[in-house]
Write a protein that binds this ligand. Structure first.
Ligand code: 26W
Length: 804
């Protein structure tokens, strides 16, 4: 499509869809018009891809996930279809500002954080690598809450992202599926076969909305299928004379529609909420039934199923896939237990994303039994057979059976179910996989060593470099050619240029421009002026104790105190930027947010500090905001308590944009260090072994650290002595959790070495050439962290699917 053609179709669509002329069109209408043009093109390729996949009967992979954190699709769709340049030029010619037009699209915030964004990156890589792999998720009416800061506190507002039409979805009513809840189950034996009769169940209609997932420059389009729950009026018998039926129907309708109403805002914290269990089964049952329906169009032999279908479950959230597939194969398709079990295991693979105990899902037996009676029976049978097999085949583990059982103490352990019912269990970074194998799931590793494997996370470099940082992308292409776009490992060619002073200067000028742009955004939105020449230190991720935003803040307060003590103290001017949402019920995390904003208020208005220090808490951190911040970062804060962050992916995004990491030896930070070498990353703090030893021996004393480090006590005392923060705000809770609850996340313990690492950062930043060299080195090694690498590993080692 040429620019002229684009403009003429723009004018056409504007008239036919909105009855407007160019002069009258708003940014929103311009956005919708562009999407309509794109959609036409995408839909054609979508159909072609589907036809080809059907014809060739290639094996398909389905990624089941309760979360897909897509953000906006307009720009990545433009880039991937190759229309971006033309569209941008056309919009400018027509008098629009492309950035304003694109920002009319509301983020699809159907995820909390890392796990949901990973799923979105994976979809992009699958399509870009011509791999037949699709997403299965829920079309939540409300995504992750909008964070509004009121008086420095987080307030949650509903995220009604569907208030305008969502331009990328296609409703497929004709492909609706029924999902059944509750009721009674009778088992009868009929001529040697088990007959299962499920009666009095509640019927829910699952309507799929398909979103095309567009590959980069390959005309290949996969699908993300998002299910929405609807009631079934015709399944309801209106026969009572009293007129109460109608009210019953309304109750039923409301309860059904709730299922896909909102995304649970908990990240790394499990709560046994009935509605969440309903959501999980709804996704799993609708998704599996639709897969089987498609499979049956070509095949009648279910033993072929694992050769045609692979299913990946994103954490345990969709682990009911295992008993549900068993149910469908046995009760509906009439397979024997043994055949159904073989098929299920060969089909399903499980990814673990966390070892935090409080995040592990354990459903109460009574809940599953009443909501999903048949599923419960199947889980019981799986458990029974598994425990028997341990008893007889692994006598050395007999004493461990109670710990390994799927059902124990009236709870169903979903991770155990997921391990027992799948052929692959993977962690998301080397260290994390080792922790799973050697510690958290060591008994299971003894039983199924061949099932465990590592797949270090990745990010799509198309969105996180090409799209968000076009000037850096251009500079890279000018230097080493554009081969890296299709083969991100080629970024390594930059390594030849680390000492090239002209590249160093250009890198630094690209960074400066990105920082100026962010500074302008912050000035416009927050009326705070920050200096683009200061060091931009960025800490963006969910707010959680283990991610230690508090450690960062303590260091900032320490610097602040240095400024106060000696107004002439010389140090590199720094701008600290935070973005974080706290789970609505996580009080500690919310207190930390309030502490950050209170400190920001104080520091930013203190004349003593002048321009040495600025602290900004950005509201409503989401994908689109991340896209603004990441290209402008100098320092990437990856400071989790060692062993707690399974991988991290923000670390990769920031590295790819030339930020240097200050981080602990945790998650994928370790692999980043292995790539760039210890000189090109600032590591500090306890390692995971030391953390485990303290935990095992119980010999960590937070109070001793507090007593022995005057800088630390000076900072911490400001939380309680009201000398620093206003009288009506107290942060005793935080203070107590550190000193009286003995600082679960070793914030105090790591403070000293963190301060030292920051001093090192500051010194390095003063030497511009050396900094730029490190920055180039980081970019050069970031190719490994493209999700294309990750997805190729999953495709080859777990799914056995092939590029088409
Ligand atoms: C049931 C409540 C709940 C919800 C979400 C428990 C746990 C989760 C996720 C597992 C949390 C999560 O997003 N984990 C992150 O996954 C990323 C992708 O693998 C990793 O990079 C992060 O380290 C990990 O914290």
């Amino acid at each position: 499509m040429s620019r002229e053609e684009f403009i003429s179709s723009f004018q056409d669509k504007l008239t036919t869809s909105f009855g407007k002329s160019m002069e009258e069109a708003t940014n929103k209408e311009a956005y919708q018009t562009v999407s309509l043009i794109l959609r036409d093109m995408i839909l054609r390729n979508w159909q072609k891809t589907q036809n080809k996949q059907r014809e060739k009967d290639e094996k398909q992979m389905y990624y089941f996930s309760m979360e897909f954190l897509l953000g906006r699709l307009i720009e990545s769709n433009l880039i991937n279809t190759g229309l971006e340049k033309i569209c941008v030029e056309a919009l400018i010619e027509l008098g629009f500002k492309p950035e304003e037009v694109f920002s009319e699209e509301l983020d699809a915030g159907l995820g909390n954080g890392g796990l949901g964004r990973l799923a979105a990156c994976f979809l992009d890589s699958l399509a870009s690598l011509n791999l037949p792999g699709h997403g299965m998720g829920i079309r939540y009416k409300y995504g992750l809450f909008q964070q509004k800061m009121v008086n420095g506190y987080q307030v949650e507002l509903p995220d009604y992202w569907l208030k305008d039409d969502y331009m990328w979805e296609t409703k497929r009513s004709e492909k609706a599926i029924e999902v059944h809840f509750a009721g009674n189950v009778q088992l009868q034996s009929a001529d040697g076969h088990l007959q299962v009769e499920h009666t009095d169940y509640e019927r829910v209609l699952a309507i799929p909305y398909d979103v095309p997932i567009v590959g980069y420059d390959n005309q290949f389009v996969n699908s993300l299928r998002l299910w929405s729950a609807e009631s079934m009026p015709n399944s309801f018998h209106f026969h009572s004379q009293k007129g109460t039926d109608y009210y019953h129907y309304l109750d039923y309708k409301r309860s059904v529609e709730q299922i896909s109403e909102f995304l649970y805002p908990d990240d790394s914290y499990y709560e046994g909420k009935l509605l969440r269990l309903k959501q999980q089964y709804f996704l799993v049952s609708a998704g599996l039934q639709s897969i089987i329906r498609r499979f049956k169009k070509k095949h009648n032999d279910f033993l072929l199923f694992p050769q045609k279908i692979a299913i990946q479950i994103n954490d345990t959230h969709p682990s009911l896939v295992i008993p549900e597939l068993m149910r469908l194969l046995m009760d509906i398709e009439k397979l024997s237990w043994d055949d159904a079990w073989d098929i299920t295991i060969q089909t399903v693979a499980y990814t673990n994303h966390t070892t935090l105990v409080e995040a592990l899902e354990k459903w109460p037996v009574h809940m599953v039994k009443s909501l999903l009676p048949r599923i419960y029976m199947i889980i019981e049978e799986i458990n029974e057979r598994f425990c028997q097999s341990i008893y007889f085949e692994h006598p050395a583990l007999r004493n461990e059976i109670a710990n390994m059982a799927i059902i124990s103490y009236e709870q169903i352990h979903m991770a155990h179910l997921a391990i027992v019912g799948s052929h692959s269990i993977n962690g998301v970074a080397k260290l994390h996989t080792e922790i799973i194998k050697k510690r958290e799931m060591k008994n299971f590793y003894r039983v199924f060593p061949e099932r465990f494997n590592n797949k270090t996370n990745g990010i799509t470099h198309r969105r996180w470099l090409l799209n968000v940082n076009p000037s850096l992308a251009q500079l890279i292409s000018n230097t080493i050619g554009d081969g890296w776009i299709k083969e991100p490992r080629k970024l390594i060619h930059l390594i030849k240029y680390t000492d090239d002073s002209s590249l160093q200067d250009e890198i630094s000028s690209v960074k400066l421009k990105n920082k100026q742009k962010l500074a302008k955004y912050i000035r416009d939105e927050y009326q705070i002026t920050i200096d683009p020449n200061s060091l931009f230190d960025v800490h963006i991720k969910r707010l959680h104790g283990y991610k230690r935003q508090l450690l960062n803040l303590f260091h900032i307060l320490h610097l602040y105190q240095l400024c106060k003590e000696n107004p002439n103290v010389q140090f590199t001017p720094r701008t600290f930027i935070f973005g974080a949402k706290a789970a609505p019920g996580y009080h500690f995390a919310k207190q930390v947010i309030k502490l950050i904003t209170a400190a920001a208020d104080k520091i930013n208005h203190d004349p003593f500090v002048k321009d040495k220090l600025k602290l900004i808490f950005l509201e409503n951190y989401n994908v689109s905001l991340a896209e603004k911040i990441i290209p402008a970062a100098d320092i990437s804060e990856q400071i989790s308590t060692a062993s707690k962050e399974a991988s991290g992916t923000g670390n990769m995004k920031l590295m790819m944009n030339g930020a240097l990491t200050i981080g602990t030896l945790d998650g994928a930070n370790i692999e980043i260090r292995d790539m760039v070498g210890p000189k090109n990353i600032f590591t500090f703090g306890l390692n995971s072994k030391e953390v485990f030893e303290y935990q095992q021996n119980g010999d960590y004393r937070a109070r001793d650290v507090y007593n022995s480090d005057q800088r630390l006590s000076a900072v911490m005392d400001t939380l309680v002595n009201q000398s620093f923060f206003q009288d009506d705000v107290e942060f005793k809770n935080i203070y107590y959790s550190l000193l009286y609850n003995n600082d679960e996340y070793f914030v105090l313990k790591d403070f000293d070495s963190y301060v030292e690492a920051h001093q090192h950062v500051e010194q390095t930043y003063r030497n511009e050439s050396s900094w730029n060299k490190k920055s180039i080195t980081n970019i050069a090694h970031s190719g490994k962290f493209s999700s294309d690498r990750t997805i190729s590993e999953y495709a080859n080692e777990i799914w056995n699917i092939h590029p088409m």
